[in-house]
Design a protein around this ligand. Sequence first.
Ligand SMILES: [Zn+2]
Length: 223
Amino acid sequence: MLYFEKSQPAPDCLEQEKLKASGDYKCGCVLDRLKSDFKNKCYICESKAPASVNVEHFKSHQGNKDLKFDWDNLFYACAHCNNTKLAKFDDILNCTDSNHSVENKLNYYFNPFPFEKIKITVNADDNKTLETQKLLNAVFNGTTTLKEIESDNIRGELLEQIQHFQKYLTKYFKDTNDAKEKKRCLKKIKEHLSSASAFTSFKRQIIKDNPQLLQEFGSYFLN
Ligand SMILES: [Zn+2]
């Protein structure tokens, strides 16, 4: 989970929709803004350009119109994550609130081979962090037979992304590289570490856990 700044103010159409008897919080301008703010990534699993997008209520609205149409409560999630979270995880870290420091509280471990599961560990023991850990373990490993298949598919995409990333990391340090090739690899590594990339948290974890890699690439975590 990464920090994303929610653009302000709320889209005008959201207030208009709220006034209608059967208004829609998923109006076009809301979708465009969420897609842009969250860089077209599910904020929970970090899948890029998910095939099925849901507008998620961070706090479940349960019929409360203010919560239902509250711009700060609308998040961009894939269907798998939205259906796993539901109202069961209503007290997780808020990735749009910089005070929640989502990027320092969770660790993402994946052994990049087929059939490997994902392990999320924590650096804090407050309730929001522990609930977020539970949710992430659930979305990446599945909770029902159907969701296990979906999680397996997400891990398949993750495996490919990590393999790509590994390829450029390995190439970057080859002493046979000329300056042009090294520059090309660095460009790819920067792209993988940017918040717009798929599964950024897993890639940054690889860097964080290795002092030499952290020294070389740690400054690219900011965008
Ligand atoms: Zn997701």
